[in-house]
Design a protein around this ligand. Structure first.
Ligand SMILES: [Zn+2]
Length: 264
């Protein structure tokens, strides 16, 4: 495996941060911030600006077109079977790192049916099952790993270093509702006659990793798949001003924090 360092190839995100700071009064230079909060604030700002133009009246903004999910949570009463459905709009998902040790197992846990305390509107029973299904898949899937925990007897929150194995591809098709899967397949087949992507297949495209054992401080490193030259299957690591080319993404199981997958 080769790893080659390139000089002066880094991207200075300072001007972007300053622009966002000007608009939102957040992300002040030299203060430590959370990468997920930065991403959310940046995307929200892009949406706000798109909505203030006449373009938005006719087309969805690029952030919604790329990141937006539609899901549905179905609550079923344990006693009488009364079902209540609640729509849900998501731009990313947060997965608990203690629910498994691979991205796939964390996703399985996220979509698993579970028992919850919820009073039935019909028979007043106290418990329901709860299951989330996807109605519409995003083009880009953003996963945030919840790397924090409140220790017993403490008020402070600590960072979790649990190992989560990254997978080069994940499938979201199994979590689509039955009718939604059919509709998704038909839409995809219309777009792509070769039938690619019919099962909601996603490929890993970037990883933001947080190094250090504290939540309030540390160091971020970003690994990005080089989409410009897909034939090379190359990854690039951005670590401050160090830019390293690689054949694949490096081992990040204990530090990975934000992972982006692209639908293929
Ligand atoms: Zn009931």
């Amino acid at each position: 495996m080769f790893a080659q360092q390139r000089k002066k190839a880094h991207v200075d995100v300072g001007p972007l941060r300053d622009l966002l700071n000007k608009k939102t009064k957040r992300f002040i230079p030299r203060r430590q911030e959370d990468a997920h909060e930065f991403l959310r604030a940046l995307l929200e700002q892009i949406q706000t600006e798109c909505r203030s133009t006449s373009l938005e009246k006719t087309t969805p903004d690029p952030v919604s077109a790329t990141f937006r999910w539609e899901a549905e949570i179905a609550f079923t009463c344990k006693e009488c079977g009364q079902e209540t459905k609640v729509p849900e709009i998501l731009m990313d998902i947060s997965l608990a790192v203690d629910a498994g040790n691979t991205i796939k197992s964390l996703l399985d846990h996220y979509f698993k049916e579970e028992l919850v305390d919820r009073k039935c509107g019909k028979c007043a029973a106290e418990q329901s099952t709860c299951r989330r299904t996807i109605k519409k898949l995003p083009d880009l899937l953003v996963i945030q790993l919840q790397r924090f925990r409140v220790m017993a007897g403490e008020t402070s929150v600590r960072k979790r270093m649990d190992a989560v194995q990254l997978q080069s591809s994940v499938k979201l098709g199994p979590f689509l509702g039955k009718n939604d899967l059919q509709e998704d397949i038909e839409n995809r087949e219309e777009k792509e006659k070769d039938g690619r992507g019919v099962e909601g297949m996603y490929k890993i495209r970037s990883i933001v990793s947080h190094f250090g054992d504290q939540l309030s401080a540390g160091h971020y490193v970003c690994d990005v798949y080089d989409r410009a030259k897909p034939e090379k299957h190359r990854w690039i690591t951005f670590d401050d001003d160090r830019v390293i080319e690689r054949e694949n993404y490096p081992e990040r199981s204990r530090s990975c924090y934000l992972i982006m997958y692209e639908r293929v």
